[in-house]
Design a protein around this ligand. Structure first.
Ligand code: FES
Length: 150
């Protein structure tokens, strides 16, 4: 991906008109993550059916524009996917779908990835199932940020 210095049209669109904002009552999985450095917080709600397919995804983000745009796109990307495929929705995939983010905003996309993982972890724990490759969630993505730098 080429270096992006401004927000793409897609980022602006998802920031101004975020998709799937809100909560899901009785969600199969709920995940909350934060970034202690900037203080932003994201909560992801997933509705998952008996075939382990994500039927609905909603989010609430108390954070910057890039965090809102990435949560919006992340919910769009996980909808209709199996939990195994939802786990593969990385921050890179979210950024690509948004036509990139400025380098200083890359860390914001980690919130979305980690919030999905945390919600899947919640779902797996509640249902006593194992999702291959799923790691316990981190509460503060600042701890992992160094590993994700692009
Ligand atoms: Fe905190 Fe964007 S500045 S998530």
């Amino acid at each position: 991906m080429s270096q992006v210095t401004e927000y793409s049209e897609k980022v602006m669109d998802h920031f101004m008109n975020p998709r799937n904002v809100g909560e899901i009552e009785g969600a199969a999985g709920i995940g909350t993550v934060g970034n202690a450095k900037c203080g932003d917080i994201m909560r992801m709600y997933l509705d998952i059916d008996d075939d382990m397919v994500v039927r609905e995804a909603r989010f609430k983000t108390f954070g910057c524009g890039a965090a809102i745009a990435t949560s919006s796109m992340a919910t769009e990307l996980v909808k209709g996917k199996t939990v195994a495929d939802a786990l593969k929705v990385t921050n890179k995939a979210v950024m690509e779908a948004l036509d990139g983010l400025p380098p200083v905003k890359v860390h914001c996309s980690l919130l979305a990835e980690e919030a999905i993982h945390a919600a899947l972890w919640d779902y797996a724990t509640k249902n006593n199932i194992e999702i291959e490759g799923l790691q316990p969630p981190v509460n503060d993505i600042d701890e992992t940020e160094e590993f994700y730098k692009m």
